[in-house]
Design a binder for this molecule. Sequence first.
Ligand code: MN3
Length: 201
Amino acid sequence: MDFKFKDLPYASDSLEPFIDKTTMETHHGKHHRTYYDNFIKAIKDTPQASWSLPEIFSKISTLPAVIRNNGGGHYNHGFFWDCMGANGLRHPTGQISQHIDKTFGSYEALIKSMTTAGLSRFGSGFVWLIMQKNGTLSVISTPNQNNPLMGDEPVQGTPLMAIDVWEHAYYLRYQNSRIRYLDAFWNVVDWKKASALYDAL
Ligand code: MN3
């Protein structure tokens, strides 16, 4: 596989004031970059160098922790950047919107569910909206750099939306207040990718 480290899909200051420029630059250019570099180093000259990320994640329990942590870190951040945008689609539309209403009652209830999941995650991790194989739309959280594609996660599925709840995602602007960061996130959310992923299922 040709694994790529991509630029942010928007200017690093374009999510201000909700997510600050320094956080975006550090988070993308240092944290994500380090996961990426360490992932590439970890798979170099191994069979995994020719696998796709979903293949690697499906067999993650058989692979070294360094691949889990850094491969997960690379994928999760790449996914997360696309979940935000300066001119994002701030409200889900179309089929995914109908499914959200049917499952959670309303978009506001989904926000509440993802916020609660983020606050309940002890330590570091991610919150996800996923589609399980059986067609159930679910909010889950994963520890560290795990994700819902990993074969040993208790609830697995296709990621549609992600929020990074590691302290490095919010500490500079919000210090220890994860709730203020989670509240701010919905001002910069972009549902375009989630809608497209849903429609492609
Ligand atoms: Mn992060």
